[in-house]
Design a protein around this ligand. Structure first.
Ligand code: NAP
Length: 256
């Protein structure tokens, strides 16, 4: 029976990994799992399943039922619960798990970054920093800013946000990647004087940081949640392939 790899997805890297694995080893069964948050997720190589598993126990059950040989957690750096579940379920099932975490962003000269622990702390920091906010932390979690009635929010998200949210909100529906020219125009057009972002890392959404630096606009950066204890992540798709290549049960030789 051919080996079966489950990729927990929802990121560009997960998409690239599915494409790379199916291209290199078409005989391997590759399934990508999506949470189902986005209505049109786009094409993925290999098989796709959508929706939660029902916690770590549900995921362990799914791994057994579908005879999975290895799990790759390639979810977003802020998708903390599914990563914890993946590590627990793999351990309970005696399966290897590889965690992919793209590196976080680093401030450079000229950046005016304000690192915060979470969205609540971001909301606390905002009134002292500006009045017109570009909020790019995703459509969920706007409740943390709902009490900030004196600020104007431009909320950019892939899907429409849901209440509770601040009273003065303008929604821009858009999906990255974004260019520096786009982001510079957006800051100017909406007279943005402060940006809020998660430290998502990667190039698809980093242009806003360059645009903010050039415009002298401060950026509130929400720090990443920690990885589960004892987990060491790889930074990219090549790192995942290298780790999978070391697993004899998969019969994947590196470099193919
Ligand atoms: P989360 O808080 O860690 O997960 C909440 C629950 O959603 C999990 O317990 C699990 O439900 C389900 N879930 C999450 N990812 C899943 C997946 N890939 N396949 C199946 N079930 C999944 O996750 P989140 O932050 O809501 O992120 C959800 C998805 O959006 C992930 O695929 C992530 O990569 C992607 N995403 C997240 C962000 C972000 O900022 N958080 C940004 C871009 C993309 P059960 O317990 O029922 O299994």
């Amino acid at each position: 029976m051919s080996p079966h790899i489950l990729i927990l997805g929802g990121t560009t890297e997960a998409r690239e990994l599915a494409a790379e694995l199916t291209r290199r080893r078409p005989e391997i069964r590759v399934t990508t799992s999506l949470a189902g948050r986005v209505s049109r997720p786009g094409a993925l190589a290999g098989e796709v399943r959508i929706g939660g598993f029902g916690g770590a126990e549900g995921l362990a059950e799914w791994l057994r039922e579908h005879r999975v040989d290895a799990v790759v957690d390639a979810t977003h750096p802020f998708a903390e619960s599914i990563t914890a579940n993946a590590v627990r379920a793999a351990a309970a099932s005696g399966l290897p798990v590889v965690v992919l975490r793209r590196p976080g962003w680093q401030p450079g000269p000229g950046d005016r970054w304000h690192p915060v622990a979470d969205l609540a702390e971001a909301a606390e920091a905002l009134p002292a920093l500006g009045r017109r906010v570009l909020l790019t932390t995703g459509r969920l979690g706007l409740a943390a800013f709902a009490h900030l009635s004196r600020l104007h929010f431009v909320v950019r998200s892939v899907e429409p946000p849901e209440p509770p949210m601040p009273p003065d909100v303008e929604v821009l529906l858009a999906r990255g990647p974004f260019t520096v020219a786009d982001e510079t125009a957006l800051l100017r057009e909406h007279r943005i004087d402060v940006v809020v972002t998660k430290d998502s890392g990667g190039v698809a959404t980093s242009a806003k940081l360059t645009a903010a630096r050039t415009a002298g606009v401060p950026v509130v950066v929400v720090r990443r949640p920690p990885l589960p204890d004892g987990v060491s992540a790889v930074p990219d798709v090549a790192g995942v392939l290298e780790r999978l290549g070391r697993l004899e049960r998969l019969g994947l030789s590196p470099g193919r």
